[in-house]
Ligand binder design. Structure first.
Ligand SMILES: Nc1nc2c(c(=O)[nH]1)N[C@H]1C(S)=C(S)[C@@H](COP(=O)(O)O)O[C@H]1N2
Ligand SMILES: [Mo]
Length: 401
């Protein structure tokens, strides 16, 4: 308090003055409650976000979206079981990320007077703390905005989504950890009731009468979060829940199409009788693929945007194709699509993904030939893999040891 008085003459007017902030709801009680919810929620979003990056097999040929040499040193072979693993982690990432929005806004509101506190910093420690809060707030806004734009297929910016979202997440990770390390002792003291004799810097100096109770505000925020949850969760859970997801993009379709054949520049003559799957020295027509042993599996497509859809797929095992290509012990396969527009599609799969008996080059879905939009004549389907690597309109597969 003494500090504020000293600088009072030089304090800019308006929000930089403590008297400007009048709500009696502000105080460490409110901020501590919101902080704990955010610690858990944003923790889940953070972890599932980095898991999503790992699930892409960024080390394999053609998969790197962020320069692997400068990538964070956390990587492991993404498992293929349970098959709904990526649907779960990515569903959590997108759904909880969106649910956090009303909570983040209320939290920001609750600490607003501190964001304007003057002077900006009187010690180096304070400067670091405020700098980290500035990075935390700006990276959070950037991550939510780019995540939302991506799920809406709206790219009003001219940088690549994945790299920008990734590096903003690294900034978020650092500032989040620092913020938690600095504030957790305060929160713990608060919940143990040991902060009675500490000044509450969040409390209004000259509060105005309340127009809503703290409980009322929390209920309002909770209702907002609940609405976002109900409005989105169904696209990840799937089945009948999809209909309830009134906020989800692509909710109309029971089986969303990420990119139509038309948009991908796939023409009927490319997929007709002249179609051949190139396997190095071997080339196979669709009839020859259909003459190989067929397997049927119920597997989800789980898109990075948060939706997933489980279908019964029928086709040829990737391990059978590896044998056919003369590489029975394949450690990697490089898949290319017929698609040339909208970025030529290519993705590599790992050894475990090739060898899982459920992984296939699908020719049919729900007992019928694939539709053009879902990847006719043949597409990749691998359990627990991010949807984007389930390449449609497969032209060639290069198996290597
Ligand atoms: N060739 C090609 N394959 C592709 C895509 C694409 O744009 N081109 N989109 C991918 C993405 S991001 C997803 S989520 C799934 C969606 O499959 P679906 O459109 O059959 O639902 O296909 C993947 N395979
Ligand atoms: Mo996707």
């Amino acid at each position: 308090m003494a500090r504020l008085k000293e600088g009072e003459g030089k304090t800019p007017p308006g929000p930089f003055r403590p008297e400007f902030w009048k709500s009696p709801l502000r105080g460490r009680r409110l901020t501590a409650i919101l902080g704990l919810v955010l610690l858990v929620g944003m923790g889940i979003v953070l972890i599932t976000g980095f898991l999503s990056h790992i699930a892409y097999n960024p080390d394999l040929r053609g998969n790197a979206i962020v320069d692997p040499a400068r990538d964070l040193p956390i990587n492991f072979d993404w498992p293929t079981s349970p098959s709904w693993l990526f649907a779960l982690t990515q569903g959590l990432h997108v759904t909880i990320g969106l649910v956090m929005v009303p909570i983040l806004l209320t939290k920001l509101w609750s600490v607003m007077p501190r964001l304007f506190a003057w002077p900006l910093a009187s010690t180096p420690a304070q400067a670091i703390e405020r700098g980290s809060v500035a990075l935390l707030v700006s990276s959070t806004i950037f991550l939510i905005a780019t995540g939302l734009f991506n799920a809406q297929y709206w790219y009003p910016f001219n940088f690549g989504f994945v790299a920008a979202h990734y590096w903003a997440a690294v900034i978020f990770l650092g500032s989040f950890l620092l913020h938690v390390a600095i504030k957790l002792p305060l929160v713990v003291r608060h919940y143990r009731g040991r902060d009675h004799d500490e000044p509450d810097l969040l409390k209004a100096a000259r509060p105005a009468p309340a127009t809503i109770s703290r409980r009322g505000l929390l209920a309002f925020t909770g209702a907002g979060a609940g609405l976002v949850l109900v409005g989105n969760a169904g696209q990840a859970i799937g089945g009948p829940f999809r209909k309830i997801a009134f906020l989800a993009p692509r909710r109309e379709s029971g089986f969303p199409v990420n990119k139509t054949a038309m948009a991908a520049g796939i023409k009927p003559e490319m997929t007709g009788s002249t179609y051949r799957l190139e396997l190095g020295n071997v080339s196979l027509s669709r009839e020859q693929l259909l003459a190989m042993p067929q397997h049927t599996e119920s597997l989800p497509i789980a898109c990075v945007e948060g939706w997933s859809a489980t279908r019964s797929w029928t086709g040829v095992r990737l391990s059978d194709l590896a044998k056919m290509a003369g590489v029975p012990d394949a450690g990697e396969v490089y898949v290319q699509s017929l698609q040339e527009s909208g970025g030529f599609r290519k993705a590599s799969l790992s050894r475990d993904q090739i060898n899982d008996s459920r992984s296939m080059l699908a020719l049919k879905v729900e007992g019928e030939d694939l539709s053009m939009d879902h990847g006719f004549p043949a597409r990749v389907i691998v359990p627990a893999l991010p949807g984007v690597h389930n390449t449609k309109w497969v032209a060639s597969m290069e198996f290597t040891a």
